[in-house]
Design a binder for this molecule. Structure first.
Ligand SMILES: Nc1ncnc2c1ncn2[C@@H]1O[C@H](COP(=O)(O)OP(=O)(O)OP(=O)(O)O)[C@@H](O)[C@H]1O
Ligand SMILES: [Mg+2]
Length: 242
């Protein structure tokens, strides 16, 4: 579904993403982990058209070259995302935020009425239906992240990119979110690419994990294999005997 080949992104002299290759298949939940500053969010920004990667990078989705598309066209093609630093439309209601996802999603001809209906349904999917009429800025940050998830669901995406969506949640809420993410895949046929620092959440939910360090992919495998990978442990602990 998503093919990423030789993707790099520099900021001046800093190579934030350095020749990264991987694929995501339909129906997969793939985790992306790595220490702070590893290049995870930058990688999401290159996939979603927020940043242009270096010459020689290749990113295709269902065979379409994403590097020739603008951000809104990438959303229309079925790749939707949430943000590490939340970006809801603060002065719009929770329902209007979700409906906006439908209006700018994969169905370009959706009516206002159907967008509202899809928005409501997406709010119910993440458990925010009671908050529909609130101004989005009045939600706690953790719920604004759930609203961003609802906004992607309302877009009827094929692939969602989630950037630290579990941060700020209680253990009980993380469990509920992990179930929601499994339902994305199982009930909606939405594939998931999920950046997370909360290891129990990502390890317990993802089929496969990709690990970045200093812009490079240092490991890829099942959660079990990644847990036991020495290079990964070193990347996090920064010492041999720790
Ligand atoms: N717009 C930018 N301009 C300059 N440097 C940037 C920019 N965005 C990111 N960087 C740098 O690129 C590197 C990778 O940052 P990035 O945000 O992708 O890391 P990350 O893996 O998402 O980290 P975190 O887990 O802390 O969110 C960091 O050194 C960061 O300071
Ligand atoms: Mg980040």
């Amino acid at each position: 579904m998503l093919e990423v080949a030789n993707v790099s992104k520099k900021f001046g002299g800093l190579v934030a993403v350095d020749g990264v290759d991987f694929e995501i298949d339909r129906g997969e939940i793939v985790g992306l982990i790595g220490p702070n500053g590893a290049g995870k969010t930058t990688l999401f920004n290159t996939i979603t058209g927020v940043l242009d990667p270096e010459e020689g990078s290749e990113i295709t989705f269902n065979g379409e070259d994403l590097l020739t598309l603008d951000t809104h066209e990438i959303a229309r093609s079925g790749v939707l995302r949430t943000f590490q630093i939340v970006r809801v439309f603060g002065e719009m209601t929770v329902l209007e935020n979700a409906a906006a996802g439908a209006l700018f999603g994969t169905d370009a001809s959706v009516s206002q009425e159907n967008a509202q209906r899809r928005g409501r349904e997406a709010l119910a999917f993440v458990g925010l239906e009671d908050k529909a009429d609130m101004e989005a800025r009045n939600l706690p940050i953790a719920q604004q992240k759930q609203l961003e998830l609802a906004r992607t669901v309302a877009s009827d995406p094929d692939l969602v990119l989630l950037d630290e969506i579990a941060s700020g949640l209680t253990p009980g809420e993380i469990e509920a979110l992990s179930n929601t993410i499994r339902r994305l895949r199982d009930d909606r046929d939405i594939s998931v690419f999920w950046i997370e620092h909360i290891m129990d959440a990502i390890m317990g939910t993802a089929d496969r994990i990709i690990v970045l360090k200093s812009g490079r992919k240092i490991a890829e495998g099942t959660p079990e294999a990644i847990r036991n990978n020495e290079a990964v442990t070193e990347a996090y602990l920064g010492a041999d005997n720790s």
